[in-house]
Design a protein around this ligand. Structure first.
Ligand code: NAD
Length: 495
C-alpha cells in the first residue's frame, strides 16, 4: 500500500472508515450535523470525516451512560459475568487487529507494523487483564469491637468520562476502559480529534461482545467543545484524562467550576536518560535512540533529555547518531519503515519551531534537524540530536513531542541528579550504570513515577504507570488503576 498510490483520489484503504459517534448502543451523527476532517499524516490529505459532537451530543451520551448505570445491567452484573464480556471484547480486538491497525495508521501515521504488533494487541491485552482481575478483588472487614461488623466494599463511581490523546489512541483508551468498565462503571470515551477511528470502531465491538447499550458511548469531537462539555458536566462522576499538562489543568478547573468531580491525570514529560561513565555504552545508545525516536518521539515518557557524563559523551553520541541515521523514515504502510510522520501539520510546524529555537539558543544539531525532503507532502521530520544543550534552554524544559534529543553533560552524579530533577515534569527516567550503589542512589533521588535502570520504556500490565509533579496523578495499569474508578463504602452492622 504505497503512499504514492494511496494518494490518488478515490482509492479505497481496504477498510471501512468510521463516520459516526456511538451513543446509547447506536452509531449516530452529531445532532447539529457537524463533522471534523480526518487527515492521513503520511500525505497530508483528508481521507474522511467523523461526527463533531457538541454539548447536546455529550448530554445524550452522559444521559445514556447514567441510565445504563442505574439499570444495573452492567454495574450490578456479577464480576464473573463482566469478566466474560471483557474477555470477549479482548478477543474481538485481536480478531480485528489488521483493520484496527490500518485505522490507527491512517489517523496518526505510525508504522503499520507497530500498530499491528504493539498498539492493538496491547489494547486487547489490557482489556483482557482487567477482565481477568475483576473477579479476584476482595473488599475488607474492619477490626471492630465484637458487637459490630464493618464491611468495606468497592463500589463503581457511576459515569466516567475518558478523554484521551492521539499518540497511542487505542491503547490509551484501553488503559481507561479496562479498569473503568471492569469495576462496573459506564463510560463516555472522547478520543482526540486527530484519532477517532479505533475508538469509534471498538464501540461496535463492545456491543458484539455483550456490553449492554449505554455502558460505552464514544463521542468524537474537538477538545474545546466535546471535551470541555464532559469536563463541566454535572452528571459525570469522574474524568480520567491522558494528554498535555496544559489541558489537564483545564480539567481540574472544569471540575472545580462544576460538580467537583474527581479528576485523574496522565500528563506530559521531559524524561531524563542519565548515562554514567561506567555503563554499557552500546546498550545505552540503542535504548536512548529508541527512547526518543520510537513513535516519532510522540511518547509521554520519551527520553528527551540525555544527561551524560562528559567523559563518555562523544563516544555515546557517536553511537546514538549512527542509530539515528540508520532509522528508515517513510511511508508508514511500508514494512521496512521504522519511523513515520508526526501526527499533523500543526505538530510538524511545532517540532520544527523547537528545533529552530534550539539553534537560536546556541545548541548544535549533530544530526537531523530538517523536514524529510524526499517526502514533501507528509509530516515527516528527521531524527534529530542536539549537543551543547543547557538545561535552562527551551528545548530542555518544554515537551517537544517529536524526534528531538537534547544532550546535556555533567561532571558528577550530584550534578546529574540535580539536572534530572530540574523540570516541572516527573513522569519517567532512565539510569545507566553498572554500579549498583549509584543506581540505587539515582533511582531514589529522581522524582518520577517510573525509573528504569539499565533499560528504558519497559512495561507490563501488572505494574502501575503515571507521574509525579506536573506529569499528573493517579495511576494507569495494574490493580492500582481500579482505585481511580471505585469508591470505598463502609457498612456497619450492630448485633
Ligand atoms: P491534548 O492535551 O491536546 O489533548 C488530549 C485530549 O484532550 C484530546 O482528546 C483533546 O481533544 C482534549 N482537549 C484538548 N483541548 C481541550 C480543552 N480545551 N478542553 C477539554 N478537552 C480538551 O494532548 P494531545 O496533543 O492529544 O497528546 C499529547 C500529550 O499527551 C502530551 O503532552 C503527552 O505527554 C501526553 N500523554 C501522556 C501520557 C501519560 O500516560 N502520561 C500518555 C500519552 C500522552
Amino acid at each position: 500500500m504505497a503512499l504514492a498510490r494511496q494518494a490518488q483520489a478515490g482509492e479505497s484503504w481496504g477498510v471501512q472508515l468510521p463516520t459516526q459517534a456511538f451513543v446509547d448502543g447506536r452509531y449516530v451523527d452529531a445532532q447539529a450535523g457537524g463533522t471534523l476532517p480526518c487527515v492521513f499524516p503520511g500525505n497530508g490529505r483528508t481521507i474522511g470525516h467523523v461526527a463533531a459532537c457538541e454539548t447536546a451530543d455529550v448530554d445524550a451520551a452522559v444521559g445514556s451512560a447514567r441510565k445504563a448505570f442505574e439499570s444495573g445491567a452492567w454495574s450490578r452484573m456479577a464480576p464473573q459475568d463482566r469478566r466474560k464480556v471483557l474477555l470477549k471484547l479482548s478477543e474481538l480486538i485481536l480478531h480485528n487487529r489488521d483493520e484496527l491497525a490500518t485505522l490507527e495508521t491512517l489517523n496518526v501515521g505510525k508504522p503499520l507494523v507497530n500498530a499491528k504488533t504493539g498498539d492493538i494487541p496491547s489494547a486487547a491485552a489490557c482489556i483482557g487483564w482487567f477482565g481477568e482481575a475483576i473477579d479476584k478483588i476482595y473488599g475488607e472487614v474492619g477490626p471492630t469491637p465484637h458487637d459490630l461488623t464493618a464491611v468495606i466494599t468497592r463500589e463503581p463511581l457511576g459515569v466516567v468520562a475518558a478523554v484521551v490523546p492521539w499518540n497511542y489512541p487505542l491503547s490509551m483508551a484501553a488503559w481507561k476502559l479496562g479498569p473503568a468498565l471492569a469495576a462496573g462503571n459506564s463510560v463516555v470515551l472522547k478520543p482526540a480529534e486527530q484519532s477517532p477511528y479505533t475508538a469509534l470502531r471498538i464501540a461496535g465491538l463492545a456491543m458484539e461482545a455483550g456490553l449492554p447499550p449505554g455502558v460505552l458511548n464514544v463521542i468524537s469531537g474537538y477538545g474545546e467543545t466535546a471535551g470541555q462539555a464532559l469536563g463541566r458536566h454535572m452528571d459525570v462522576d469522574c474524568v480520567t484524562f491522558t494528554g498535555s499538562t496544559e489541558v489537564g489543568k483545564l480539567f481540574m478547573r472544569y471540575a472545580g467550576e462544576s460538580n467537583a468531580k474527581r479528576v485523574s491525570l496522565e500528563l506530559g514529560g521531559k524524561s531524563p536518560q542519565v548515562v554514567l561513565a561506567d555503563s554499557d555504552l552500546d546498550a545505552a545508545a540503542a535504548a536512548v535512540a529508541a527512547g526518543i525516536f520510537s513513535n516519532a518521539g510522540q511518547v509521554c515518557n520519551a527520553g528527551s533529555r540525555l544527561i551524560v557524563d562528559r567523559a563518555i559523551k562523544d563516544k555515546l553520541l557517536d553511537r546514538i547518531v549512527t542509530h539515528a541515521r540508520n532509522l528508515r523514515v517513510g511511508d508508514p504502510f511500508d514494512a521496512d519503515t521504522k519511523m513515520g510522520p508526526v501526527v499533523s501539520k500543526e505538530q510538524h510546524a511545532r517540532v520544527l519551531s523547537y528545533i529552530e529555537s534550539g539553534r537560536q539558543d546556541g545548541a548544535t544539531v549533530v544530526t537531523g534537524g530538517r523536514k524529510v525532503g524526499a517526502l514533501p507532502d507528509g509530516f515527516f521530520i528527521e531524527p534529530t540530536v542536539f549537543d551543547g544543550v543547557s538545561n535552562d534552554m527551551k528545548i530542555a524544559q518544554e515537551e517537544i513531542f517529536g524526534p528531538v534529543l537534547s544532550t546535556i553533560e555533567f561532571r558528577d552524579l550530584d550534578e546529574a541528579l540535580a539536572i534530572a530533577n530540574d523540570t516541572v515534569y516527573g513522569l519517567a527516567a532512565g539510569v545507566w550504570t553498572n554500579d549498583i550503589r549509584k543506581a540505587q542512589r539515582a533511582a531514589k533521588a529522581i522524582r518520577a513515577g517510573v525509573v528504569w535502570v539499565n533499560c528504558f520504556d519497559r512495561g507490563n500490565m501488572s505494574v502501575p504507570f503515571g507521574g509525579f509533579k506536573q506529569s499528573g496523578h493517579g495511576r494507569d495499569k495494574s490493580l492500582h488503576a481500579i482505585d481511580k474508578y471505585t469508591d470505598w463504602k463502609a457498612v456497619w452492622y450492630a448485633s
